[in-house]
Design a protein around this ligand. Structure first.
Ligand code: GCO
Length: 263
């Protein structure tokens, strides 16, 4: 059994939200395993360009495309362009997401809809045109970036948890419908990672910081590079018979009820 199972040479991977954070870490891992990267962002062209340069500095072939994954017209046009200019999309990583830490009693409907639109509906909008082509070509890989919040609730992240919980079931539904076409659809569920998104929770002295470290069997926050292996596995032929699975990369936090603080 060779390690060729895990190489991605000749594959093209579209990663949404790949200009920073966990998306960038997963994309870099896919690139280092040989994939050509299609880097999506929608905030600013400058940020996309800087990310592409960063990948290229690592010897990775990368191409940047700016579009909003929640806009069906922009997504359709982008998929056409990508497949014409770069080539068929073999791997789609649905990573783009937003979070709004607001208690449910205080959250506006507009704020709720913004989170669900990006984190759940956006995955459907992005995946449909890509998966149609994968089915036509006889195969592909879709990886949906779920969350610990696909399994557990937490104060103030109700909209995000609802979206990420729905994304777990969307992953299973995609797997159900597309598995017969040799399209494997799986999820990656990050635990708590040291990124800009969690920076407010890691400020010195923030009670959350010590609590998460004590609650995680690995005894630390995740490093974004800890996700690369899971992304490579689910993007490679090593996972051709894995479908509808959410692979949690969480230091073990979901495995445990935790332990009482030492007296
Ligand atoms: C929070 C965190 C989490 C993590 C991640 C956990 O506010 O609880 O931001 O949502 O970012 O999603 O898997």
């Amino acid at each position: 059994m060779s390690l060729d199972l895990f190489q991605l040479h000749g594959k093209r991977a579209l990663v949404t939200g790949a200009t920073h954070g966990l998306g960038m870490a997963m994309a870099r891992g896919l690139g280092r395993a040989g994939a050509t990267l299609v880097v999506n962002g929608h905030s600013s062209q400058g940020r996309i360009d800087r990310a592409v340069e960063s990948y290229r500095a690592d010897g990775i072939e990368a191409h940047g495309y700016r579009f909003d994954v929640t806009d069906p017209g922009q997504v359709a046009e982008a998929v056409e362009r990508i497949e014409a200019e770069v080539g068929p999309i073999d791997v789609l990583v649905n990573n783009a997401a937003v979070i709004d830490r607001t208690p449910l009693l205080d959250m506006t409907v507009e704020a709720w809809e913004r989170v669900v639109k990006t984190d759940l509906t956006g995955v459907f909008v992005m995946s449909q045109p890509v998966a149609r082509r994968m089915v036509e070509r006889g195969g592909g890989k879709v990886i949906n970036v779920c969350s610990m919040m696909s399994e557990l609730g937490r104060d103030s992240v109700g909209a995000y948890a609802a979206a990420k919980g729905g994304l777990k079931m969307l992953t299973r539904s995609m797997a159900t419908e597309w598995g017969r076409h040799n399209v494997q659809v799986n999820g990656i569920g990050p635990g708590y990672f040291a990124t800009d998104q969690t920076a407010p929770l890691r400020e010195a002295g923030h009670p959350f910081n010590e609590w998460i470290v004590s609650r995680t069997p690995a005894g630390r926050w995740g490093d974004p590079d800890d996700l690369a292996g899971a992304a490579i596995y689910l993007a490679s032929s090593a996972s051709d018979f894995v479908n509808g699975h959410v692979l949690y990369v969480d230091g073990g936090i979901l495995a445990t009820i935790g332990r009482p603080q030492e007296a």
